[in-house]
Each structure stands twice: as C-alpha cells, then as structure tokens.
Design a protein around this ligand. Structure first.
Ligand code: SF4
Ligand code: SF4
Length: 322
C-alpha cells in the first residue's frame, strides 16, 4: 500500500468518518423532536456520499478517492450543517403562521443577496423525508444555487470537484442565514443543509415548480439547467405562494429525443427505463456510477453534456415544439 493511500485511510478513519457519523446522528436527532413530521415506511434512505466513498476505497485497492476536500472547506460544511440542526432551538415561541406578499418579496430579495439563484414553494410529502429524519413544518421553501459553468466544462477535474464543494458550502451558509432571517421576523424555520439534508431534493424542487427531472436524475431548471445545488427551509408560514402546476413537463419529451447523458456516461450507468424504489424513481445504476464518481472528482459528465447546461431553456423548448 502506497504512503499516500495509507495516510489518506488513516485520516479518514480517525478524523473524517467519526465527524461524518456524528453529523448523521445529529440529523437523526430531528426525528425525536416532539411533533416532528416523520418519514413513511417507503421513504428513501439517505445515501451519505462521503461515508460511502470512504467505505468503497477502504475495500477497493484499485480505487483512490480523488475528491480532496480542503480541511477548511470540510470544517465549514460540518459547522454549518451542525448549525442548521442546532438553530432550531432559536425558533420563536409562539411562531407566526401568516405572512404578506411584501414580506415574501423582501425574503426573496434577501435570498438573492445571499447568492440564491431561485426560490420555490411547496408542501412537503412525508414520502420525501429520509428515514430517521424529522421535519418540523410541511411548508417548504426550496432554494437553488448555480454551479460555475466554466468549471463544469472541465469535468471531471479537481477544479470541478472543488467548485462543487464550494457551492455546497456557500449554499449551506446562505440557507442558515435565510432561516435566521425568518426567525427574526417571528416565523419558525428549520434549515435543511444541501449536503445530505433531511429530504430528497430533486422531487421536492420539482414540486416547488423549480424545474423538471431529467433522464440523468437531476433537476433541470430554466435558469441554470442541471448546474444547480439545492437546499430547503421548512417554515411555519402557511400561506406561501405554493406552486400549483409546473410549466416544465415538456423537458421529459426533450429527454426522450436527446439521450445524450446516457450515451456519454463513461460507465453506462444511465438507463432509459426508470427503476422504481419506493417513492424514488431513478434512471441511474448507482453500482456503476459510484466507483467512477469516487475516482474522478465527483464525475459530473452528465451535467456537463446536458444541452440545458449549455443552451437556453427557451431555445430548447422551441426545438421540442418544432
Ligand atoms: S456522474 Fe458520471 S458516472 Fe455517474 S451517471 Fe453521471 S456521467 Fe455517469
Ligand atoms: S442530456 Fe439530454 S436526455 Fe440527458 S437529461 Fe439532459 S436533456 Fe435529458
């Protein structure tokens, strides 16, 4: 075993794995909050990417983990993930449940100022809550943050991997700040960090009207295509402008004609017919994708080659109509 690998496995075992396990336990504590909304029997189980990566490379000598996360970045992510759980105790009592259009506008402006790309609203279905997690309110504010297009074009590369972790970190910070903003106006808020989080984000974001699920399993948004990360805030506000119907269904038709991610995936992990796992519908064979994803900086080729990452939403919509 090479020196670098021995060192990396040692850091993982004694530093990274215990910290991440602690993070998972902290997230699980949300299910013990009195009154928390809990998952159903068929709700998904969260796939903790860093833990699974470490498990994989400790059992496969032929693989190395090429997603070197700078320690400073990792500490920031863990700190903000911790804050998203612990700040629940800062919720006001009693909480306000009604808001006004002008407050929603003010909140969206505040979110944009934090680097948030788009904001959507939906009512959470229990079927999307991960096993062992608990959510305080059904009213979901779903947030996106754009990933840098130049760095996506370099995928797979260390620069792309680094940019993705930076986006997770910045979105986690912005989500906590927005949750605090709601609390400061008397509303209850529970932030769900973009890394892992409490719920399955792509279908939540789709029901919030933020885009439509593409064949690669990622949400395609009108503003940034699939070049986005998601987070959410669950709030006591009952009268948010919840999305009623989506204008983005046509993306499904586009995917049927396109299939580019399927053709260009280096491991042929994307397939045409969906696999239904409880309430999770997936087109990705994780067994095929994950070793490559681990080895090559989080891969991201399916995001890079998707036409929605490179061309405008309106231009592609016209093509479907032609
Ligand atoms: S991340 Fe890479 S390996 Fe995984 S599905 Fe996308 S293109 Fe394929
Ligand atoms: S590459 Fe094509 S098929 Fe794949 S998600 Fe994007 S539009 Fe759909």
């Amino acid at each position: 075993m090479g020196l670098r690998r021995t060192f990396l496995l040692g850091v993982m075992k004694h530093f990274a794995i215990p910290r991440i396990k602690k993070m998972v336990e902290r997230d699980h504590s949300t299910s013990r909050i009195p009154g928390a909304i809990l998952p159903t029997e068929t709700s998904p189980t969260r796939f903790v990417i860093p833990l699974e990566m470490m498990k994989l490379i400790s059992t496969r000598d032929d693989l190395s983990m090429n997603l070197a996360i700078p320690v400073r970045r990792m500490m920031s992510i863990l700190k903000n993930e911790e804050y998203s759980v612990e700040s629940i105790s800062k919720n006001p009592t009693p909480v306000r449940t009604e808001t006004t259009e002008s407050f929603v506008e003010e909140m969206e402006d505040f979110a944009k100022g934090l680097g948030i790309g788009s904001v959507g609203y939906t009512r959470l279905s229990e079927n999307l809550i991960f096993q062992n997690m608990g959510v305080l309110y059904k009213n979901a504010i779903v947030l996106t943050m754009e990933m840098d297009s130049d760095k996506i074009e370099l995928a797979p590369s260390p620069e792309t991997g680094d940019m993705i972790m930076r986006t997770y970190d910045e979105l986690g910070i912005a989500t906590n700040k927005l949750a605090d903003f709601l609390r400061s106006h008397g509303y209850g808020a529970q932030a769900s960090h973009p890394i892992g989080g409490l719920v399955l984000y792509p279908p939540l974001a789709q029901s919030a009207g933020l885009g439509w699920l593409g064949l690669h399993g990622l949400l395609i948004t009108p503003e940034f295509g699939p070049r986005v990360r998601f987070s959410a805030i669950f709030t006591s506000i009952e009268n948010l402008p919840f999305s009623e119907r989506s204008e983005h269904e046509w993306i499904e038709q586009y995917c049927k004609k396109c299939g580019r991610c399927m053709r260009e995936c280096p491991t042929q992990a994307i397939f045409e017919e969906p696999l239904v796992e409880g309430h999770r519908i997936t087109h990705i064979d994780r067994e095929k994708c994950f070793p490559y994803f681990t080895q090559y900086y989080g891969c991201t080729i399916c995001v890079k080659v998707c036409p929605f990452s490179r061309r405008s939403y309106d231009e592609l919509r016209k093509r479907v109509k032609e």
